[in-house]
Design a protein around this ligand. Structure first.
Ligand SMILES: NC(=O)c1ccc[n+]([C@@H]2O[C@H](COP(=O)([O-])OP(=O)(O)OC[C@H]3O[C@@H](n4cnc5c(N)ncnc54)[C@H](OP(=O)(O)O)[C@@H]3O)[C@@H](O)[C@H]2O)c1
Length: 304
């Protein structure tokens, strides 16, 4: 039997790279990375045996050739600057998270792709007032109603040696005498190691979790403050924490979102102060995975 062709949209990104490595290590698939810049993506991924194909999910015409003969799509895309939208450049949840997913689905149906695997988010909810959570919720519905076989993963915060968020927090702690946590610090997070997510995606490609939606977080539910303490312990840099009220952060976000290239927005503050708890039981039952505790998974911070 021919190897399955997996089209990995977002394969040059943080989560996409972990998925690519896991799929190649498992074998039995031909991997095709969909990217806006094949040259850059090839250099970033540095793996042999991968095809890199030019595709932009907000340019639906570019998708037909990219999906030719593919059996499975893995969608791990997010817009540049996420979670700070830049409507002037078309970088919005609505256009990329929702519209891009719909475009991929349409192209998938035309190309005869059978399976769609989506990296959504823990707070996805089509009725949410937050544009990001709403766009992911609407994208999920489009997937469920597409007629394709699907698996949706809803990760809480994803971390790993190449992530931006946890590494960024560790770096900030190292260089600052005190650290300002956005909001109360009591928001719930359940950080999941990127390799655990990639392992589940690999199992989904081979048929596990068929037509299911799965929360995925680490084994420990914690507050943002507790996560900061784990990061400080792992990196060896202990700092006092203080809390910046959400109203203050939103005020700053309201000013900064007016810049031509916004670096913060009110919605981004809502995003980082929202709860990201997961019910991991259905995932563990279906995928049989031993999720990595944060204190073990974040050991790479010792080098920072
Ligand atoms: N990281 C987390 O903690 C986390 C938590 C929950 C959910 N998620 C979800 O997981 C997914 C992946 O996140 P990530 O952290 O891996 O993102 P990332 O590192 O920022 O990677 C984003 C990827 O999206 C691709 N991309 C962006 N715009 C595109 C477009 N118009 N057309 C085609 N490709 C495009 C980029 O590819 P090129 O630049 O090569 O085109 C890149 O590979 C997202 O849906 C995100 O919401 C992430």
């Amino acid at each position: 039997m021919d190897a399955k062709i997996v089209a990995l949209a977002g394969g040059s990104g943080f989560i996409g790279r972990a998925i690519a490595r896991r799929l190649l290590a498992a074998g039995g698939v031909k991997l095709r990375v969909l990217t806006r810049n094949p040259g850059t993506a090839r250099a970033r991924l540095d793996l042999t045996g991968v095809d890199f194909v030019q595709a932009d999910i907000v340019q639906p015409a570019s998708l037909a050739d990219a999906l030719k003969n593919a059996n499975t799509i893995v969608d791990a895309i997010q817009f540049d600057g996420y979670p700070v939208e830049n409507p002037r450049r078309g970088l919005t949840f609505e256009r990329v998270d929702y519209g891009g997913t719909v475009a991929l689905l349409e192209a998938a149906k035309h190309a005869g792709v059978q399976q769609f695997i989506y990296i959504s988010g823990a707070a996805a909810d089509e009725n949410s007032t937050h544009p990001g959570f709403r766009a992911k919720g609407r994208a999920e519905r489009a997937i469920r109603e597409s007629g394709l076989t699907y698996t949706v993963f809803r990760p809480s915060l994803v971390y790993g040696p190449e992530d931006k968020v946890v590494n960024g927090l560790a770096r900030a702690i190292r260089f600052a005498p005190v650290f300002g946590v956005p909001g109360t610090g009591r928001q719930k997070v359940q950080p999941v190691l990127v390799d655990d997510l990639a392992a589940c995606v690999m199992l989904a490609v081979s048929g596990r979790g068929r037509n299911g939606t799965y929360d995925i977080g680490g084994p420990d539910l914690m507050t943002f403050d507790e996560m900061m303490r784990i990061i400080m312990d792992a990196s060896g840099h202990r700092r006092p924490l203080f809390h910046i009220p959400e109203t203050v952060m939103r005020g700053v976000g309201g000013l900064l979102e007016k810049l031509p290239k916004p670096i913060l927005s009110r919605d981004a503050i809502t995003f980082v102060t929202a709860d990201n708890a997961c019910d991991i039981e259905p995932l563990v039952d279906e995928f049989g995975i031993n999720l990595t505790p944060a204190r073990v998974g974040m050991a790479y911070l010792a080098k920072k």
